[in-house]
Write a protein that binds this ligand. Structure first.
Ligand code: GUN
Length: 362
């Protein structure tokens, strides 16, 4: 029971006790000249006992009523934040895709195939690529993994990309980023056939996104919009703030949010008053790559927070760009790390690969 309730109960008790004591005293002086001393003594004792009993009873009832009222007030005031598990949405979508692929097989149609090109052995990239292969297997999608040496030359990598472009068994191509420093990332991405660019990073697809035309959209931003839509968040006219301006996440997600009629601001490393800008956001997307950068001082009460960050803390545990524990009681909904946005990225890659295969059929 909290202090306020105890105080209220004691006050009630004191007031009631004073009223009844006053009444008893008044009665005592009124009757003392008419009754013998024994009877007067009995009247005083009865008066004191009744005072105590009534005081305790009333204090108890008021404390109980107040506790009930407080509980109700708390449950109305403190709505629990919704935790948006992308892993669950991803599972639903993968089940749907699995059925679609099985149906295609039954109908004698081609099984869509994704080709992932990995250069070198960056541990994070190896883990992402393994995850992609596993997801393809799970839903019956074909997958081809091309793992090249760290010291692969630009010419060799360009030749591999061109071969994949020509290979009709491959529907989607993804070159895992980042590439080793000696390689020219832009030249490689621009060499991918835009019709097989399931990563949405070829300038034709980037241009289409910005012109509002159909094309492949980068997977993480696409996954974020899918999550928001599944949660029935009405983006129209809402204030959205994106922290980060990368080609993989920040820029495309800002454009997608604008295409959904949100009013969008992009913040980045040079933005002044970043905290104040974020605090205005109904939807806050954080893709800055700094562990626990966003605290509750950045977040508007009741906002929707999408955490794209994947960072390792000192204990090697995965943490997001948002300080989840600090923010969670403050927001309407938030994505956790892990199991939030990450699983949606792979799922959108599978979806794009199936789409690439279908596009090639018409
Ligand atoms: N590295 C981390 N995320 C991605 C992604 O979405 N696409 C590619 N190609 N590389 C990545």
């Amino acid at each position: 029971m909290n202090k306020k309730i105890i105080k209220t109960a004691l006050c009630c008790f004191a007031v009631i006790a004073m009223i009844i004591l006053g009444f008893t005293t008044y009665t005592y002086f009124s009757i003392k000249d008419y009754l013998d001393s024994k009877t007067v003594f009995a009247v005083v004792i009865v008066g004191v006992v009744v005072t105590l009993a009534m005081g305790i009873a009333i204090a108890g009832v008021s404390a109980f009523a107040m506790a009930l009222y407080k509980d109700k007030e708390n449950s109305e005031d403190k709505k629990m934040a919704q935790i948006i598990y992308g892993s669950e949405v991803a599972k639903e979508l993968k089940d749907e895709m699995k059925m679609e692929i099985a149906k295609r097989e039954d109908e004698g149609k081609k099984v869509p195939t994704l080709c992932v090109i990995l250069v070198g052995n960056n541990p994070a990239s190896v883990s992402y690529v393994t995850g992609k292969e596993k997801a393809c297997k799970e839903i019956g999608l074909g997958s081809k993994m091309i793992h090249l040496e760290e010291n692969t030359t630009q010419e060799e990598l360009m030749r591999v990309v061109r071969e994949c472009n020509e290979d009709s068994s491959i529907d989607g191509i993804l070159v895992q980023l980042p590439l080793p420093k000696h390689l020219n990332e832009k030249e490689v991405l621009w060499a991918i056939d835009p019709n097989k660019d399931v990563d949405g990073l070829h300038p034709i697809n980037v241009g289409k996104l910005h012109l509002g035309e159909e094309g492949f959209v980068p997977c993480t931003p696409q996954g974020i919009i899918e999550l928001l839509k599944r949660m029935n968040v009405d983006l129209r006219g809402k204030r959205a703030v994106v922290i980060g301006r990368s080609n993989l996440v920040g820029n495309p997600v800002a454009r997608l949010l604008m295409n959904e009629n949100a009013t969008v601001t992009i913040c980045h490393s040079k933005t002044e008053n970043i905290q104040a800008i974020c605090k205005e956001a109904d939807i806050l997307v954080v893709a800055i790559g700094k562990a626990k950068f966003v605290t509750k001082d950045f977040v508007k009460e009741g906002a929707y927070v999408i955490d794209v960050g994947v960072n390792r803390n000192d204990e090697g545990k995965l943490v997001g760009d948002v300080d989840f524990d600090d923010v969670v009681d403050h927001v309407s909904a938030i994505t956790p790390v892990p199991k939030g946005v990450g699983p949606m990225t792979i799922t959108m890659l599978l979806k794009n690969t199936i789409q690439a295969c279908k596009n090639a059929e018409v």
